[in-house]
Write a protein that binds this ligand. Structure first.
Ligand code: 9MJ
Length: 678
């Protein structure tokens, strides 16, 4: 059956459009149509090609995948050898290279092209009459492996060159790499499927490109950055490397966005430093900068050594990964009681500094990576982040390597350590007593919605704990003016103000006090519900898990945390000490009947100082109230914050009672103690 001319034309148009959108999306990172529209074009093309298979051409955008798996890779001899680059590792080495180039050219100053050095796999991609006909790995530089069908699956590699003016034969060379984001995604997916993960993006790129089955390669998030050329016939390229890269981009051959042209070594060094700083923000692994003499005629005058061009140099960044031994694993206790394992390492130079410890995150991570004391490991230090143990070199594991166990007792205070089922983090239950947790606990205890001690901020808490003046939150109530005056930046007036704030905080509510204790899983709303349900602290302290679970919103996890907290003798001592210092609240009868705000409807308008709208909503709902977004005659109260909206006007018009923030807080406190509204 002959193909109607109209179909033939439509197929042509679709291919042109799809190629253009691929270019916008994959090369320029700047799509001009939404994905669904792109998908529609692709679907239409696929449909027409299925109907008229004779229309299928190798450069059709539908033909990126679909080639059958190969038995082995065919070998390809490079027409022009793919040489590697010479490396320098410091500024002196780089300046030395610049001097040799200047001497070689007899010039005072040379124009260089600077570009990122991608950490991937060098490939050669051959275009004949604008069509991709062959792709190969670098191999040993002379003979590589033919990977055409794999490279065809990389969306940023054009199957047909765009624009015009390209040579009849053009061998484009570049680096295939895996973006960091794609690498993370791929590893997560492999892990989910229980398959072996890749150690780093470079290995992932290599493993994906050297797949005998191109259908697997097609599923891997590979990308390419072109940086040069090999064989060129039947046409000419521009006179400068930078101009060639610009032409490449017009033809659909993507190169690094971060390219630059500089004059002389100073500007080159400045570029290197800027790129080193940006290293962590870019979505690809960059192991240095490459500098090339920009003018091609100057490149030709300098020529090659046996190994590498004299006109280019790789100025490497400090390695971010290194190998060392795990001497020990110690456990650090953070402000929330979280136990973090830290590997003590044989000191090693990595990322430009000497590293002697690295985080292992948590016990699950240790087990997953199977890190043992005595192991040889890869450590990584990227930018300013904390060094981490990336993986174990199992092949080098000594016979006496020791498995790491989660401690049963807190290494700082000796309290029980618990790790809830299904959670990664193990925690010390020492609560108020554990010094490592103390600073965080004090800040929480003093915060506005807890005990509300105005002026007790981070700097002050650091000093109080570091000088041993406060060993548990109750010590706050035993501070003297003399002690305060001995602190940095503490004058007569501020000491007096702080003492008064401390004094004022003694009068509180059971809900606030419970919340201030910082029991895990017991937030403000839960504290309020508990206070109302039990009415007194003693009843809460002696409640069984079952009794606790009878409280609305308290499940097994919360109940277990509450029990664990009140089981610790240290916590009980601190509570006693607080009461002896004069911290007090009104206790009431257990309120297990209807909630105090049952049947009331609240509307919130404007911003509150003491909590977000969301928190206000949660607390109201915990008390049984409904929170609505519009005012009607049935609304019980409208809570009016700063800059209220039209709801305030409506409330006034309808005669609905309004509460300012102070009145609202009074109402909440009253209801949370289980007292009916006045
Ligand atoms: C990389 N790996 O990014 C070259 N490279 O130039 C860049 N490699 C190179 N250029 C000539 N940007 C040989 C290798």
């Amino acid at each position: 059956m002959a193909v109607p001319e109209s179909i033939r034309r439509r197929v042509e148009v679709l291919r042109k459009e799809i190629d253009y959108h691929n270019y916008r999306y994959y090369v320029l990172d700047s799509p001009v149509i939404p994905d669904v529209e792109y998908d529609r074009l692709m679907e239409e093309l696929k449909r027409l090609e299925a109907q008229y298979p004779e229309l299928i051409t190798p450069d059709s955008p539908t033909q990126r995948v679909g080639a059958p798996p190969a038995k082995e890779f065919r070998q390809v001899r490079h027409a022009i050898p793919m040489l590697s680059l010479d490396n320098v590792f410091d500024e002196a080495g780089f300046r030395d290279w610049d001097r040799r180039v200047r001497e070689g050219l007899g010039q005072e100053e040379v124009e260089y092209a600077g570009e990122p050095k991608f950490d991937g796999l060098a490939v050669s991609v051959l275009y004949r009459d604008g069509l991709l006909v062959q792709a190969a790995t670098r191999g040993d530089g002379y003979v590589g492996e033919e990977i055409t069908n794999n490279v065809r699956t990389i969306k940023s590699v054009p199957l047909r060159l765009m624009g015009e003016g390209w040579p009849r034969v053009l061998e484009a060379r570049g680096e295939v790499y895996m973006p960091k984001s794609g690498f993370e995604r791929l590893n997560r997916e492999l892990e989910r499927r229980g398959e072996k993960t890749f150690a780093n993006p470079r290995n992932a790129a290599a493993g994906s490109l050297r797949q005998l089955d191109p259908n697997i390669t097609a599923q891997r998030p590979l990308d390419i950055a072109f940086y040069g050329f090999g064989l060129v016939e039947g046409g000419r390229l521009p006179e400068r490397h930078s101009e060639i890269m610009d032409r490449f981009r017009e033809w659909g051959l993507k190169s690094a966005r971060e390219r630059i042209v500089v004059r002389g070594v100073e500007q080159a060094v400045a570029y290197y430093r800027r790129m080193l700083e940006r290293r962590d923000q870019l979505d690809y692994e960059m192991d240095g900068c490459v500098f090339k003499v920009n003018r091609i005629d100057e490149q030709e005058r300098l020529g090659y050594t046996a190994r590498a061009p004299r006109w280019a140099i790789a100025y490497k960044f400090p390695a971010e990964e290194a190998i060392t031994r795990v001497l020990d694993v110690v456990w650090q206790v953070g402000r929330t009681g979280a136990l973090t394992p830290v590997a003590k390492l044989e000191p090693v130079h990595v990322g430009g500094v000497t590293v002697s410890s690295a985080t292992l995150h948590n016990i699950d991570e240790i087990r997953r990576k199977d890190v043992r004391i005595g192991d040889w490991v890869w450590v990584r230090r990227a930018g300013e982040v904390i060094p981490e143990v990336v993986r174990v070199i199992v092949e080098r594991r000594p016979a006496d390597a020791r498995v790491v166990e989660l401690p049963k007792r807190c290494p700082v205070c000796g309290s029980e350590v618990i790790k809830p089922e299904g959670e990664a983090i193990a925690r010390c239950t020492g609560g108020l007593y554990c010094p490592a947790q103390l600073k965080g606990r004090i800040l929480h205890f003093a915060s506005r919605r807890a005990m509300d001690i105005d002026g007790l901020g981070e700097k002050l808490v650091d000093q109080l704990v570091d000088r041993g003046l406060v060993k548990d939150v109750a010590d706050i109530y035993y501070l003297t003016k003399d002690q305060l005056l001995g602190l940095e930046r503490m004058g007569e007036k501020s000491a007096q103000n702080l003492l008064e704030a401390i004094e004022r905080s003694k009068r509180t509510t059971l809900a606030r006090f419970l919340y201030a204790l910082g029991i895990r899983e017991v937030g403000e709303a839960t504290a309020a519900t508990l206070a109302r349900h039990f009415g007194s602290l003693n009843r809460i302290m002696s409640a069984s898990e079952d009794e606790l679970m009878a409280v609305p919103d308290v499940g097994p996890v919360v109940a277990a945390q509450i029990r664990a907290f009140f089981r610790q003798p240290h916590n009980l001592e601190v509570i006693d000490k607080l009461k002896k210092a004069g911290v007090h609240w009104e206790e009431g009868e257990p309120q297990q009947g209807p909630k105090p705000l049952e049947g009331e409807t609240f509307v919130l308008t404007g911003a509150l100082d003491s909590m977000t709208r969301e928190e206000a909503k949660e607390r109201l709902e915990a008390l049984g109230a409904k929170v609505s977004s519009s005012v009607s005659r049935k609304t019980s109260y409208v809570v009016v914050g700063h800059d209220p909206g039209s709801k305030y006007d409506k409330a006034k018009a309808l005669g609905v009672p309004t509460l300012d923030e102070a009145a609202f807080l009074d109402l909440l406190a009253q209801a949370e103690q289980g007292r009916p509204l006045d």
